[in-house]
Design a protein around this ligand. Structure first.
Ligand code: COA
Length: 159
């Protein structure tokens, strides 16, 4: 039976750390859905359309990846689409507390067989976050090696 997973986030912008998780998760599942969140308390720099366009372009060489957007609870979306797994990347021990809380809350909300699966971030990306990239880029710092080329072009256009 074909297995499908969801990797969700705000991707504001997508980074090389996210891309590494996407590439690895895509090898583990028949279909990987990258879910871009609509509602974002973080007040995104990029609109939903811009983030979708950016992520689509960056993952276009990976055959089994699809881009979706969703609003509301991740668990509702996962229940609706019957995902086998929700993928999360763990960068450092500091991510762990928040992630275990979310995984346990989602486990209560999942009505099907969905499991949260954690992948350890490649250490060379463990210090990256989208906020830090935006902060450095806004102050004209060089972030070229931290995010895909197309995402970097879109970021430069913003500042
Ligand atoms: N490499 C580099 N950076 C990474 C990374 C990796 N492998 N994994 C995460 N990050 C960064 C992200 O860029 C992000 O940085 P930022 O805070 O500076 O933007 C940060 O780590 C957190 O990422 P993530 O955990 O993916 O957060 P998010 O806010 O982008 O998305 C959701 C989190 C979408 C999974 C969560 O908010 C959610 O489920 N929302 C739906 C509502 C819901 O169901 N709520 C109840 C949850 S129990």
């Amino acid at each position: 039976m074909s297995k499908k997973a969801l990797y969700a986030g705000s991707f504001d912008p997508i980074t090389n750390g996210h891309l590494d998780i996407i590439r690895r998760a895509a090898k583990m599942y028949d279909e990987l859905f990258v879910g871009i969140t609509v509602n974002n308390d973080k007040k995104p720099l990029f609109t939903l359309e811009e983030r979708s366009k950016m992520v689509k372009r960056v993952v276009r060489d990976i055959d089994n990846v699809k881009i979706v957007t969703f609003d509301g609870l991740l668990a509702d979306f996962a229940n609706n689409k019957k995902f086998d797994a929700v993928i999360r990347g763990l960068r450092a021990t500091t991510d762990f507390e928040h992630e275990i809380q979310m995984a346990q809350m989602n486990a209560r909300l999942f009505t099907g067989e969905t499991e949260t699966i954690f992948l350890m971030t490649d250490p060379k990306f463990s210090f990256i976050s989208s906020s830090l990239i935006k902060e450095v880029a806004s102050l004209e710092g060089d972030v070229t090696e931290l995010l895909p080329e197309y995402a970097n072009e879109m970021l430069k256009a913003k500042f």
